[in-house]
Design a protein around this ligand. Sequence first.
Ligand code: XIL
Length: 486
Amino acid sequence: MTTTGLAALLLVALLPKAPAQTLRAAGDKHQLLMGTAAGYGSLNDTNYTTTLAREYSQLQPENDLKWGSVHPQQSTFNFTNGDGLQAFAAAHSMKMRGHTLVWYQGNPSWLTSGGFTPAQLSTILQTHISTVAGHYQGKIYAWDVVNEAIADAGGGVRSSIWYDSPGIGFAGQGTKYIEQAFRWARAADANALLFYNDYGIEVVNPKSTAVYNMVKDFKNRGVPIDGVGFQAHLPLSSLDLASFDTNLQRFTALGIQVQITEMDVKVPVDANGNATAADLTTEANVYRSVLNVCLKYPQFTAFQTWGFTDAHSWIPGSYPGYGAALPFDKNYQPKPCYWQIRDLLQNQAEVLPIAASSGQAARTVTDVSYSGGEGIVFDSVAVGNYLTFTVNLPEVRPYDVRLGVKKFVGRGICQLAVAAAGTTNYTNHGSPIDLFSAAASFEEIDVNTFTPGTAGDKLFRFTVTGKNAQSSDYSLAIDYIRLIPQ
Ligand code: XIL
């Protein structure tokens, strides 16, 4: 008899049901744009362009549309780089996102040292917005109209040439100059989505509350704004995910889109720029857990990183001692965080059908703590009880098999075996798995690489082989199966 108070959680595998072998294909399954910042200067590197076009469905110029690049002299606009990136995006069916029309940084010296009056700055800014947004009308689907305008501490409006140094005429009037910029952007391109973009607003805090209040006010008064970009430049210590969730909830309730616009994760690196394997695993979990929260919201429309290869990232230069922040390494090889992002997108909400089980009834449960997916409780009662999942493997290739398990007292030992669907030719895979732990413990167990002989449905069977010496029953607590393509 099982110990019902210790009911085993069996969270179901999140596994590929259809081939989705790139980030962009995986994102397509969620109508989610997979974006990256990119630089025109890197388009001469075929490693760069091949990976960019293959993996991403959205491109945002990292620097090429900032004031200093696109508006180098008061009477000169230079669209060469932006147009080059736009042509690349169009050629590879990628959406283009614009960054950024109003920022306190990245401004050319003719502007910052020009000694302009507020009236002159107002004209300069309006001309800039109408010229740049006008140039890309129909080509850029969304703009970061205003970037980083809220102060870090206290949530006031950040001092900038546009606000109060000397400003465009609304110094001391809070978000009025931001409102003006959004109105000019709408006038310049009636169809582009208009975003406010900032860092440090992922969780509920005074800064994000200031942004929230601004957006709420704009929506109430009909000021054109369509979304908020959460930059998500994060450390390895990640975020308070519950607060991030609450924050997304309140922003999406305003009737706007939300996007992750600049995600990267700062990882400590050695003098050669290399991170430890343990830190790369932690990084992967940061990426996965952030995306996992976002996927709850239909208003979440793009997941973008600030670059895609560690060969081109602002982190080592801006944060000495840190690097390895992006999904691909310096040699354009996918890192653990790449697989975590792709895996989550490929598998989200795909509950593996249970083909057969024995022992007591398996129960589907929701809101399980570990994977965030749906789960199954399986209370086995004897050696030989088994639970079988049908798993569709889209490709013949090696997969690293990972089991998310919940260890606890009252757990048994099980053996994983795999057979082709329609057969009973089970082959043991990996060693017996002991799920005992005195205190509840969620772990991911690596069960060797598995290479199917053919693609298609496979049966993954967990057979109870014994009680643990300390346990009172045989229940299993397998949280999920994950197959990571190698
Ligand atoms: C950074 C670029 O990545 C660097 O190459 C550049 O030197 C400075 O700007 N928030 C933003 C981005 O909105 O525009 C910044 O990009 C990174 C922080």
